[in-house]
Unconditional design. Structure first.
Length: 236
């Protein structure tokens, strides 16, 4: 698949390597070296995916991610970070990033993550089968259009949030363990933490539920995992 990818990386050697590998995949790659330029290019050119280093001059990568999500952008974002603590990684996901790689990383793994994110996004599935909409209570999820509505209200999701919700919506009422959700949604990420799933679930509840503290749609089954309530809807 070919896509327009914005790479924001201030290390010239790293950015050149990332460009080479992504262009080998047939992508059009634009590289910037600071967060301010990343915001400007993301707004002006609407890339299909952003590879975003956390430590950038002027505006850091986490703020770039936060600002773009606050502006309503649903572009898939892959964070590159030298910060390997669980709290730092969960913060990036909480701000709306779809995935992350910790440095040092393999360029081949980066291209695999990019392919996976593009497949999950509305820009990456042009040649794939186009499944019909899923309806569970007040929730409607359309994989072909990458659209979600709750009681008629449109909801903006990241690629990973959409993938997680789609897994649950295909079998409403079924309890999925965190390990099962990792296998379905984060299959390339062998080291992904169970708390990563929790972070995405919390983000989904903020967007879907009338009262995220008392969820009626995305339920926790204590000691087991999560399920999408069968026949009930947030906002009802």
């Amino acid at each position: 698949m070919s896509a327009r990818i914005l790479v924001a990386e201030d290390d010239e050697k790293q950015s050149r390597l990332v460009r080479i590998y992504l262009e080998r995949e047939g992508n059009a790659v634009h590289v910037v070296a600071d967060g301010r330029s990343a915001l400007e290019m993301a707004r002006a050119n609407r890339p299909d995916l952003i590879v975003l280093d956390v430590m950038l001059p002027y505006v850091d990568g986490l703020d770039v991610c936060r600002i773009l999500r606050a502006e309503g952008s649903d572009v898939p974002i892959l964070l590159l970070t030298a910060r390997s603590t669980e709290e730092d990684l969960l913060l990036g996901l909480d701000l709306g990033a779809d995935d992350y790689l910790t440095k040092p990383y393999s360029p081949r793994e980066l291209t695999a993550r990019v392919r996976a994110l593009l497949r999950r996004s509305h820009t990456g599935g042009a040649g794939a089968a186009r499944p019909g909409p899923l309806r569970v209570g007040a929730l409607e999820l359309d994989p072909a259009r990458f659209e979600v509505h709750v009681a008629g209200r449109p909801v903006m999701l990241t690629a990973k949030e959409f993938a997680l919700l789609e897994v649950l919506a295909r079998e409403p009422g079924r309890v999925f363990t965190r390990a099962q959700l990792i296998d379905h949604v984060f299959s390339l990420d062998r080291g992904v933490l169970e708390r990563t799933v929790d972070a995405h679930v919390m983000n989904l509840r903020r967007k879907l539920e009338t009262d995220p503290g008392r969820p009626r749609l995305l339920e926790t089954v204590y000691g087991r995992g999560y399920r999408l309530a069968d026949g009930t809807g947030a906002g009802a």
